[in-house]
Write a protein that binds this ligand. Structure first.
Ligand code: HEM
Ligand code: HEM
Length: 136
């Protein structure tokens, strides 16, 4: 899970910076928001998910983590791909619902991640306390 998040994060980094440099070259900044979110939700957030799952492997091995992984990775390309086409074609009627639904599902994924992380942190501090009381 951690490695998959890190691998895909690096791919989003490539997509993000390629959009950035292309905007600069052609001097068309319509996709600034798409560039920002591929970099921030794709590269930065996913790299953090990967590192967190590396340091808390018990959190990586849960149904919540898997559901979060799939929600994030299905919804981010739909949300930002849909937004990119919408910004370039001005076709809000067809694409706005896709952008809204995929954004909401991505937010649900982030909520699942938060619950999962809180649970893992609670169980790791409970284990530490148990070890301390055995050691005492
Ligand atoms: C080679 C790398 C990059 C290039 C060439 C690049 C280029 C650009 C360009 C041309 C813009 C549009 C500026 C404008 O609208 O006036 C922009 C906006 C932005 N970039 Fe990058 N960028 C790069 C990397 C990154 C990275 C790594 C991040 C985040 C981790 C990032 C975050 C942002 C954000 C948040 C905006 C939006 C700012 C706004 O809308 O006001 N960029 N970038
Ligand atoms: C489901 C998640 C998210 C949604 C639906 C969302 C939505 C939005 C929207 C609607 C805007 C205004 C865009 C505009 O004015 O053209 C925006 C801007 C921005 N968001 Fe997000 N955002 C999300 C997650 C994030 C995250 C996780 C970060 C940072 C880690 C972030 C950083 C930014 C920044 C820097 C801007 C201003 C730059 C820009 O104009 O694009 N967003 N976001």
């Amino acid at each position: 899970m951690a490695k998959n998040f890190l691998r895909i994060a690096a791919v989003y980094f490539c997509i993000g910076v390629i959009i950035g440099i292309t905007m600069g070259i052609v001097q068309d900044f319509r996709l600034a928001s798409v560039h920002a979110h591929f970099n921030l939700l794709g590269w930065v957030s996913m790299a953090l998910f990967g590192l967190i799952y590396h340091f808390y492997p018990q959190a990586a091995d849960t149904k919540l983590a898997k559901t979060h992984f799939w929600l994030h990775n299905i919804c981010l390309p739909l949300m930002q791909g849909g937004l990119a086409v919408m910004l370039l074609t001005n076709d809000e009627k067809t694409l706005l619902p896709l952008v809204i639904v995929s954004s909401l599902l991505l937010v649900i994924g982030v909520l699942l991640f938060t619950v999962n992380l809180f649970r893992a942190l609670a169980s790791s501090s409970a284990k530490k306390e148990q070890n301390n009381s055995i050691g005492a």
